[in-house]
Ligand binder design. Structure first.
Ligand code: FRU
Length: 533
């Protein structure tokens, strides 16, 4: 279906005069209207396609692996309440990383402690010896968090442990020799992420401590040897380092391989609170050395997987077949600043859409870009495409007669950027707006959700706008938005700058529009899809 834009000519002066004529009665009526219109709550906010547990609390993704056509996602889970509590590993499976089926709880806390974040690997060669009757073992590597030790302010309350599964991740047996890495006297000592390092023929673990990543190696997943440390004095440090991931990546379009370290931290993210930075460099089998110019480029490029406020603790899937070769990533779509207060009751928080990471070299630096996995395309139903046009001040890109903005993929571009501000706005009939400003003079994005619906649950939710640098130098700004009921994931310039943000509008968004401070601007083709699940 091809439709033409209907550019709206905003007669600024007229509107200004009109608005300022509104009297007090009208204002209070508006407040009344607003109250009455406060209809969305709890299940209304359940995403159409982002994974949520049916009930209660969820945080980090854990133990993600692929095996025999199924993607597994485990997650930090508290089944008895909608706030954080004694951690279990919940479990969900999917054939395509888009639609998920929740499974039985995989790991329960025990006398050694809660089951904190970690990873899982498929031990195809049975290096662990857990395999039986030709069954390939899957090994989960996690942190035991002893709440009593933590309460008593002991140092050694976190240690690393393993469990194995002989039925492709459905049921698990904890190893009797746990812990496999006892605590050496480090307070924050957690979130083991294990990868098979095919270059150096070893199991490789990245483990987070307060201000460093530690690397360990093993041949059998039971005995671990410390290799090296990385991070003191490098990168962001205004919080505790958590949930690392470390793997080699082919630089897109070249034969070169580099190692990427993903390292979440909380607080101290790019916009405060929770955030995930990354480092690119070389690994000699023992020590990770970041690119020399990363430090000096930090100012300009700022190396964050996602600059938005709502993508944390993300890691990649293990055992993705070589023929596929993708680095597949997913994060927790919330932020410790307010995650436990968001206005849902039955469950709390969702995961991001699964993403493909790519390592590219641009100018003198290596960048990790992301985009939604191609599997999402299978869910496109009706397509709306509109031709490029010149716009006067404001254009309505899409409205609810085009498609449901609570399950949509929208692509467009702004051509020949001028030194001015552009605003991408989601709005509803309730006078609520979610605003993404792009300031091309400062080359900076800024997201304002202070009038985007329910915000009172936490001051931190709207304390300030979140910002992100534009990294690409292109004259055209490309935008890809993945929209669900309570989130937008924005991939700018083919995923060079990414921002993920959640919101809780009182009524669904009914309009997506674009404004510029300049009188005229050019909009490229728009292509949008309603997604069907
Ligand atoms: C990150 C984190 C991890 C920890 C888990 C506990 O969000 O704090 O470091 O293992 O959550 O639920």
């Amino acid at each position: 279906m091809k439709r033409k834009f209907q550019p709206i000519l905003l007669l600024g002066l007229f509107l200004f005069t009109f608005n300022s004529c509104k009297n007090e009665t009208e204002k209070s009526e508006n407040t009344e209207d607003k109250k009455m219109a406060e209809v969305q709550k709890d299940e209304d906010f359940r995403p159409n396609f982002h994974f949520t547990p049916e009930k209660n609390w969820m945080n980090d993704p854990n133990g993600m692996f692929y095996m025999n056509g199924t993607y597994h996602l485990y997650f930090q889970y508290y089944p008895d309440d909608n706030v954080w509590g004694p951690m279990h590993w919940g479990h969900a499976t999917s054939k395509d990383m888009i639609t998920w089926e929740e499974q039985e709880i995989a790991l329960y806390p025990d006398e050694k402690g809660y089951i904190f974040s970690g990873s899982a690997v498929v031990d195809n060669d049975n290096t662990s010896g857990f395999g039986e009757d030709g069954k390939t073992p899957v090994i989960a590597i996690f942190t035991y968090h002893d709440p009593v030790g933590a309460e008593n302010k002991e140092e050694n309350y976190q240690s690393q442990a393993i469990a194995y599964s002989l039925d492709e991740g459905m049921t698990w047996t904890k190893y009797e020799g746990n812990p496999v890495i006892p605590n050496p006297g480090i307070v924050d000592f957690r979130d083991p992420k294990v990868t098979w390092d095919d270059i150096n023929k070893q199991w490789l673990m990245a483990l987070a401590t307060r201000e460093k990543t530690l690397f360990y190696s093993s041949q059998n997943l039971k005995e671990w040897k410390k290799l090296s440390e990385f991070g003191a004095g490098t990168g962001a440090h205004d919080g505790v380092w958590e949930c690392p991931d470390f793997f080699p990546m082919r630089v897109d379009g070249t034969g070169e391989t580099k190692w990427v370290l993903i390292q979440s931290l909380n607080p101290g993210g790019y916009n405060g609170g929770s955030g995930t930075q990354y480092f690119v460099g070389d690994f000699d089998g023992k020590t990770f050395t970041p690119e020399e110019n990363m430090k000096e480029l930090e100012e300009k490029h700022k190396f964050w997987i996602d600059f938005g406020r709502d993508n944390y603790a993300g890691v990649t899937w293990a055992n993705v077949p070589k023929e596929d070769g993708r680095k597949l990533f997913l994060g927790w779509m919330s932020n410790w600043l307010y995650a436990q207060e968001v206005p849902t009751e039955t469950w709390r928080s969702a995961m991001t859409v699964a993403r493909e990471l790519k390592l590219v070299q641009e100018d003198e630096t290596y960048l990790v870009k992301s985009s939604p996995v191609k599997e999402l395309e299978k869910y496109r139903s009706s397509e709306i495409s509109k031709d490029a046009i010149d716009v006067d001040e404001k254009a309505v890109l899409l409205d609810s007669s085009d498609l449901d903005l609570a399950k949509a993929e929208v692509k467009f571009s702004i051509k020949d950027l001028q030194e001015t501000n552009y605003k991408i706005i989601l709005s509803n009939g309730n006078n609520e707006e979610f605003i993404v400003n792009y300031d091309h003079t400062a080359k900076e994005f800024s997201v304002d959700r202070s009038n985007a619906g329910q915000i009172d649950f936490s001051e931190k939710f709207t304390e300030k706008n979140s910002t992100a640098p534009r990294i690409s130098d292109s004259q055209d700004l490309k935008v890809l938005m993945i929209l669900d009921k309570t989130s937008v994931e924005m991939f700018f310039d083919d995923g060079t700058t990414v921002m993920t943000e959640i919101f809780f509008p009182n009524q669904p968004w009914t309009e997506l529009s674009l404004e510029s401070e300049n009188e005229k601007f050019s909009l490229g083709d728009i292509q949008a899809y309603e997604l069907k699940f």
